[in-house]
Design a protein around this ligand. Structure first.
Ligand code: ZN
Length: 525
C-alpha cells in the first residue's frame, strides 16, 4: 500500500492519497482519530470490528475511534482512495470508556474546614492532600470517585473569630470560605463538590427535617442536665468558650473534644475549667437540651466499626468511651450561631451532628452537578463513603455519625471507610494560628512549587504517627528527588525522543483494550 500525504490541517487532522495494489492487504490498525476512506477507483473489502464490507469507487467508509480497519484489494486493478482523518477528543473518550465497566460511586470526603482562618500546611498535609491523592488514584484506575468537602460555616469557632475581629460570623465564614477554596486550588486539590453550609435554604430545610427525625428516635431525649456557665456573665460555655483538663487523659483541652486523646467531654466534667469570658472559675448549672444517649447506640456503632474495618486508634477510642458507661451527648446548644433547633428556643443544632447530614446533602449537591439522582434523604447501600480526617475528629466521624445514621435512616447500612491522620508538626511543635507558628498554604504554594510541596507532603504526611515539617527537608526533597530523579528522567526521555525518533513522539501502534483503558484514565485527568 502506498500512501502520499496531501497535507495536514490543525493538530491531528490530515489528508492522504493511498494506492493498494491487486492482492495487497493493508496492515490492520486502530487509533484515537476518526478516519474516512473515500474510494476513488478500483474495488476491494474493508474489514472492521463489525465485519467485512465490499467497497468500490464512490464509497465512503467512516471509522470510529479505536475501530480496527483493514483494506484489502481483491480485484485486478489498483484501488485508489483518499484518506481523511481528524482528532475528536470527546468521541475518542466515549469510545474508550465503553470498555470500562460501571461501578458503584465512591464519595471521598475531606473534613469540611472551619472558615475561621485560612489553611496551613498542617491542614493541607492531612485530609486535603490525602483525599485528593486517593480520589485521583481511584479515578486513574477507572473507578467512579469524587472528592467532596465544603466550609463548615456554623462552627462556634467562626463566631469566636467574629468577636475577635469585631465582625459578624456570616462575614467571617464567607471570607475564609473563599480563602480556603483559593488555597485548595493552589494545592491542585481537585474538589468535585464544595458545599458552603451558610445561605442555602434547601440545606437548612433538609437539616430541620433530619433533626425532627432524630428527635423522634428512641435514642434521643429532651433532658435537663448539668452544663457549664460563666460565673460573671452567665454565658453558656462550650467548645472554644472553655478550656481545662480532659476527664479521660488529663491533658489540656477545649470544650467537647480533646485534641490529644480524641475523647469527648461534656464541659462541666473538665477539671480546672476556665472561661473565655471572665477570669472567674465557671459554675455548673443546668439546661434543657436534646441529648443522644450514646450507650443505647453502642451495639450499632460496634457492628458498623467492625464492618468498616476501622483503624485500631478508633477501635481503642470506642473501647475507652464504653468504659465510661452511660454517655449522653447534647445535640443542641444554646447559641446564636447555627441552624435553629425547632422546639428549643435560643438553641441551635450542634454543628457536628449537622455535619453528619451535611455529607449526605453534599452527595445530593454533587448529583445535581452531574445529572444523577442521588438523594440525601434516601442514602443508598450502593454508596461507598470514605472519610479523611484528623484523629481529633474521630469521635464525630466514626462513633457519633454511625449512631445518628442508624437512628434516622433505619433502611440504610452505611459503607464507610476511615482514613485518620495524626498531627503534622512544624519544627517539632504543633502548628498554632494564635501563636503564628504556621506555614500557610498561600506562602508556599504556586505554579512552580506545587508539585514539590505535594511530593514532600506525600512523603512526610503524618499517617500513623506525628511527623515533622521543616523547610530544610522540603528543599532536600526538591533537590534529591524532584530534580535528581524526576527531572533527570524527563530530560533523558526528551533526549531519546530527539535521537531515536527525530524529536517526535512515536505513534502508539495497535490499540489493545488495555491501551484504550489507559487512555480513558489519563484523558479523565
Ligand atoms: Zn484527652
Amino acid at each position: 500500500i502506498d500512501m502520499a500525504t496531501l497535507g495536514t490541517g490543525s493538530t491531528g487532522t490530515g489528508f492522504s492519497f493511498g494506492k493498494v495494489g491487486p492482492g495487497v492487504t493493508s496492515e490492520p490498525h486502530r487509533h484515537d482519530e476518526i478516519e474516512a476512506f473515500v474510494v476513488l477507483s478500483g474495488a476491494g473489502k474493508v474489514r472492521t470490528d463489525l465485519g467485512e464490507i465490499p467497497v468500490e469507487a464512490g464509497d465512503v467508509v467512516l471509522f470510529h475511534p479505536f475501530e480496527a480497519h483493514v483494506l484489502r484489494n481483491d480485484g485486478d486493478e489498483d484501488l485508489n482512495f483518499l484518506d481523511v482523518y481528524w482528532r475528536d477528543g470527546k468521541a475518542a473518550l466515549d469510545a474508550a470508556a465503553k470498555v470500562v465497566a460501571p461501578r458503584r460511586p465512591i464519595f471521598v470526603f475531606s473534613t469540611p474546614p472551619t472558615p475561621n482562618g485560612d489553611l496551613h500546611l498542617g491542614h493541607l498535609s492531612g485530609p486535603y492532600l490525602g483525599a485528593d491523592v486517593y480520589t485521583r488514584f481511584l479515578r486513574m484506575k477507572g473507578v467512579e470517585a469524587y472528592h467532596l468537602t465544603g466550609s463548615d460555616d456554623y462552627q462556634s469557632y467562626v463566631a469566636t473569630r467574629a468577636d475577635a475581629d469585631e465582625s459578624t460570623p456570616a462575614k467571617v465564614a464567607r471570607h475564609y470560605a473563599n480563602e480556603i477554596r483559593t488555597t485548595l486550588a493552589l494545592l491542585d486539590c481537585e474538589v468535585h463538590s464544595f458545599l458552603p453550609t451558610l445561605g442555602d435554604d434547601a440545606y437548612a430545610e433538609f437539616q430541620a427535617a433530619c433533626f425532627r427525625s432524630l428527635l423522634s428516635s428512641t435514642a434521643v431525649d429532651l433532658r435537663q442536665s448539668p452544663a457549664l456557665f460563666d460565673a460573671v456573665t452567665g454565658d453558656y460555655l462550650y467548645e472554644p468558650d472553655v478550656s481545662g483538663l480532659c476527664p479521660d487523659c488529663g491533658g489540656s483541652t477545649s470544650g467537647n473534644i480533646c485534641e490529644e486523646c480524641g475523647s469527648p467531654n461534656l464541659c462541666h466534667d473538665l477539671r480546672a475549667a476556665r472561661s473565655r469570658h471572665s477570669a472567674e472559675a465557671p459554675v455548673v448549672g443546668s439546661v434543657l437540651r436534646a441529648e443522644l444517649a450514646l450507650e443505647r447506640c453502642y451495639d450499632n456503632i460496634d457492628r458498623h466499626l467492625k464492618a468498616s474495618g476501622a483503624p485500631v486508634r478508633i477501635m481503642d477510642l470506642f473501647a475507652r468511651l464504653r468504659q465510661r458507661g452511660d454517655f449522653s451527648v447534647p445535640v443542641t446548644h444554646p447559641s446564636e450561631w447555627g441552624l435553629p433547633a425547632e422546639g428549643l428556643p435560643g438553641q441551635v443544632i450542634w454543628v457536628w451532628p449537622e455535619m453528619a447530614f451535611g455529607f449526605l446533602y453534599n452527595i445530593q449537591a454533587l448529583a445535581r452537578l452531574l445529572g444523577r439522582d442521588w438523594n440525601a434523604a434516601m442514602p443508598s447501600n450502593d454508596w461507598q463513603i470514605v472519610h479523611f480526617f484528623g484523629f481529633d475528629n474521630s469521635f464525630y466521624h466514626a462513633l457519633l455519625y454511625p449512631a445518628i445514621y442508624a437512628e434516622v435512616f433505619s433502611h440504610w447500612t452505611p459503607r464507610i471507610r476511615y482514613h485518620v491522620n495524626e498531627f503534622y508538626l512544624l519544627d517539632g511543635q504543633k502548628f498554632s494560628t494564635s501563636r503564628g507558628h504556621a506555614v500557610w498554604g498561600k506562602e508556599i504554594l504556586g505554579p512552580k512549587t506545587v508539585d514539590i510541596v505535594r511530593l514532600h507532603l506525600g512523603l512526610t504526611r503524618p499517617e500513623g504517627e506525628r511527623t515533622n515539617f521543616t523547610l530544610d527537608a522540603l528543599r532536600r526533597t526538591e533537590k534529591e528527588i524532584f530534580q535528581r530523579i524526576w527531572l533527570n528522567w524527563l530530560d533523558e526521555l526528551d533526549q531519546e525522543i530527539k535521537q531515536d525518533f527525530d524529536g517526535r513522539v512515536p505513534d502508539a501502534g495497535d490499540w489493545a483494550p488495555a491501551d484504550r483503558d489507559f487512555f480513558t484514565r489519563i484523558e479523565i485527568h
